[in-house]
Design a protein around this ligand. Structure first.
Ligand code: HEM
Length: 420
């Protein structure tokens, strides 16, 4: 009895500490990327800001220019190539019962982010079980498990478990892989072996004035590949599910694609993507209804005065884009209805800039939003030109860092005919 009381008391103290201070979460995020002191861009995806503001700012200044529109647009060819592999793989599912499309989309996105971030062709679409991928999945699932099990968060307890060793071994595997690519690229850069064609993000980072160590480069590349993968894959999967459930809107998308491509199966180029205005509205409406980063947390640096109250410095706050995006006050009584036309320019112009913040807002917003928008349009265009999608409504949702449907993104596919 006494032992039971003691264990309960310890559990309560640990839980109270966890609620009071989210510092544990920073520590968990540091495990993912390496040395604890570097506030890697993208940690915010998982663990709420970073204590090292100045360092984060200087790193963001280095990274921001490599995400410029002009440089990102060089990747459109990769989006098309991987999208066409995805379309071929989906043929397996034509005419079959409902299946979860997310697993197809996420492996396509992984191939895209690896090739654009470090020039590596991983071919996850055909080989999902490589050593690197298994290790990466193992680390992510342990981090997710620790997030929701407060008693596993103190290192002193966690280090006693089998999971700790599994985590360490798998982190070593993922680091080894990225380290080798970083070292190879740095050597090429120092020897003046410059890639004349399209440059990947790592090559672009090596050309920046601020000299980053190999460790910092590895951290940035790892965080970009993590931040850019499941977010975009989830939005694409939700969009397919919504269009599968809203046939009239799917036909409007198809008509727009027919006007752009006719019956040609060529890959989308920049001009094509710019013309996909209705598809862009569908993507925005998807991100409104299914906000894949449902919660953004911050700690106030100084007192913040809001209209009806003021928040003192040093307080943990949560901004909940999902609540904003479903607010009847901001979006009207039919806020829960799928209606891409809400994003027609004349409607958006009247809206507060913070009413729609799927990529967050302000100094720490998403660096990859232009990249994300282009890649999502390209993949959706490829899939929707080739297939008619059907689906029932998306059921219950759960938060596993990002927002997932409990039963997966279930759809069925019918082939559409394309002549060339
Ligand atoms: C639909 C797709 C995406 C969504 C919804 C999304 C959403 C977000 C959000 C909400 C944040 C801010 C998180 C916070 O403040 O705590 C963020 C940050 C970030 N995102 Fe994205 N993102 C997407 C795609 C991408 C892509 C494709 C990349 C890179 C290739 C990327 C890279 C990053 C990075 C590096 C940060 C951290 C910025 C910083 O800490 O200064 N994201 N994203």
């Amino acid at each position: 009895m006494i032992v039971l009381l003691l264990v309960s008391l310890i559990a309560i103290i640990i839980y109270w500490k966890y609620r009071r201070d989210r510092k544990h979460l920073y520590e968990l995020s540091n495990i993912l990327a390496g040395p604890g002191c570097v506030p890697v861009l993208g940690h915010s995806h998982w663990f709420i800001g970073s204590p090292e503001m100045d360092l984060w700012k200087s790193h963001r200044r280095v990274i921001l220019p490599i995400f410029q529109n002009r440089l990102i647009e060089d990747f459109i060819e990769v989006f098309g190539e991987q999208g066409s592999i995805l379309v071929k793989r989906l043929e397996n599912e034509v005419g079959k019962p409902e299946f979860d499309v997310f697993k197809y989309i996420t492996s396509c996105m992984l191939d895209i982010v690896f090739e654009t971030a470090m020039g590596e062709r991983m071919d996850v679409q055909h080989n999902p079980d490589t050593r690197y991928m298994c290790a990466r999945n193992a680390v992510m699932s342990i981090i997710n498990m620790r997030l929701f099990k407060p008693w596993m968060q103190p290192d002193a307890l966690f280090n006693l478990t089998k999971q700790s060793k599994i985590q360490k071994d798998n982190i070593d595997i993922t680091h080894k892989f990225t380290d080798e690519v970083v070292m190879r690229k740095r050597k090429d850069h120092e020897n003046g072996k410059i890639n004349e064609g399209r440059k990947d993000l790592l090559e672009l980072l090596l050309t920046r004035d601020m000299k980053l160590t190999n460790e910092e480069l590895r951290e940035h590349i790892d965080s970009i590949t993590i931040a850019g993968n499941d977010t975009t894959a989830l939005v694409v999967s939700y969009a397919l599910q919504l269009l599968g459930h809203h046939q009239a809107e799917q036909e409007l998308v198809h008509k727009e694609l027919q006007n752009i491509f006719g019956d040609s199966s060529r890959q989308p180029n920049k001009e094509d993507l710019m013309k996909m205005e209705y598809l862009e509205r569908v993507i925005k409406e998807t991100m409104r209804l299914f906000t894949v980063v449902p919660l953004i947390a911050r700690r106030t640096q100084k007192e913040v005065k809001l209209s009806s109250l003021s928040v003192p410095a040093g307080v943990g706050c949560a901004v909940v884009p999902r609540a904003l995006h479903r607010s009847a006050r901001l979006w009207g009584a039919d806020a829960g209805r799928f209606n891409p036309d809400r994003f027609r320019p004349e409607h958006s112009a009247r809206r507060h800039p913070c009413a729609f913040i799927p990529f967050s807002y302000g100094a720490r917003n998403c660096i990859g939003r232009h990249f994300g928008m282009l890649v999502m349009k390209s993949i959706l265009a490829n899939v929707l030109r080739s297939y008619k999608v059907k689906s029932s409504a998306c059921g219950k949702l759960k938060i596993e860092i990002l927002l997932f449907p409990v039963s997966g993104h279930l759809i069925t596919l019918e082939k559409r005919e394309m002549r060339t």
